[in-house]
Design a binder for this molecule. Structure first.
Ligand SMILES: Nc1ncnc2c1ncn2[C@@H]1O[C@H](COP(=O)(O)OP(=O)(O)OP(=O)(O)O)[C@@H](O)[C@H]1O
Ligand SMILES: [Mg+2]
Length: 314
């Protein structure tokens, strides 16, 4: 009946995902406060372009890691995909130019415009690259990710595949160049552009390895007892499984407390019970945590901690 296993030392990356408005940010914030309170140095990360961690916490958060004021051991970061992308382009400018320059007939202006082009899916790619870099730096015990609604979160997870496709195209271009150099010069010495491709390939492997490693990474689904949310949960679990990520637990949020004397609330709860039953049947292999609907919005550290005592009750 409560979320478990989050304190395991091996578990580094915890992602909260689900349909729009079901309580992902609230649950991620609650988990962050719980872990910090249990002496885990925790970083709460938002990858949702419409960041709302700061509103949930009632604290200032930005695109630089910042300790949450008044909360020991909890820091937060709202990833700016744009900033991450421009950082990436600056860091690898020479290598990217070299790749295009040696492998195509483009002139400098053409290469400038290719590098400046917006690339579809790049925000998710950069978001994940930033997360991986942070995990590798290892300054925190736990990294909690508040994802954007389902579609966006799934694209985040297909990042390694997307990046792998790019690398394949670039590697093919390089291979032709390599073949030419070898034919004329007799031998080929790998340069910084080859190193760049190799290191990107390693990044893809590392991310895939991390996401599929159940001891290091967990994806927790948040849903509500409503028909559309259940359908979306099914699709999300299906896609995650296909991707090789096994979901272990699920949160049903906004459940009206039982035994209310208000006939309206009781009728709503009975309707919810049907869907809760459906969820239990459909996902009988998952651990289910019921989170009650609160009389007020759950905003600010105190309200989040209060609800947290239910979410993490033994
Ligand atoms: N158990 C609850 N009881 C009452 N209010 C809740 C509860 N859980 C979440 N809320 C409120 O519902 C609203 C939506 O929650 P939240 O922002 O966590 O959802 P989300 O899934 O992150 O939304 P989005 O898809 O837009 O990112 C917030 O105002 C939050 O305070
Ligand atoms: Mg949110």
């Amino acid at each position: 009946m409560a979320l478990t296993g989050l304190l395991e030392t091996s578990l580094k990356l915890i992602l909260f995902g689900g349909k729009g408005g079901v309580g992902k940010t609230t649950c991620a914030s609650i988990a962050g406060l719980y872990l910090a309170n249990n002496n885990k140095n925790t970083l709460l990360i938002s990858t949702d372009p419409a960041h709302s961690l700061a509103d949930s916490m009632g604290k200032e958060i930005g695109d630089e890691i910042k300790q949450i004021e008044g909360v020991d051991k909890l820091s937060a970061l709202e990833i700016s995909a744009e900033k991450a992308l421009s950082g990436f382009k600056i860091e690898y400018d020479a290598e990217l130019r070299r790749l295009f320059d040696t492998s195509t007939y483009l002139d400098k202006e053409d290469i400038d415009s290719i590098i400046a082009l917006p690339i579809p899916g790049i925000d998710e790619v950069m978001g994940f690259k930033t997360i991986l870099n942070l995990i590798e730096e290892g300054k925190f015990d736990k990294y909690i990710v508040d994802t954007a609604p389902t579609g966006h979160a799934l694209r985040l997870l297909t990042f390694p595949e997307l990046l792998d496709d790019w690398i394949k195209v670039l590697a093919k271009m390089r291979w032709k160049y390599r073949y030419m150099v070898t034919s004329f010069a007799g031998k080929y010495k790998p340069d910084s552009a080859d190193d760049f491709l190799m290191s990107m390939k390693k990044t893809v492997k590392k991310i895939e390895g991390l996401l599929k490693d159940q001891s290091r990474c967990e994806f927790i689904i948040v849903t509500i007892p409503e028909d559309m949310a259940i359908k979306e949960t099914e699709r999300l679990i299906g896609s995650l499984n296909q991707y090789g990520m096994k979901v272990k637990q699920l949160i049903i949020n906004n459940v009206i407390p039982d035994g209310s004397r208000c006939p309206f609330c009781q009728a709503r709860r009975e309707g919810q019970d049907r869907y809760i039953g459906d969820i239990r049947n459909k996902f009988s292999n998952l651990k289910i945590t019921i989170v009650p609907l609160q009389p007020h919005e759950v905003k600010g550290v105190d309200a989040l901690r209060n609800l947290g005592s239910i979410v993490f009750a033994a």
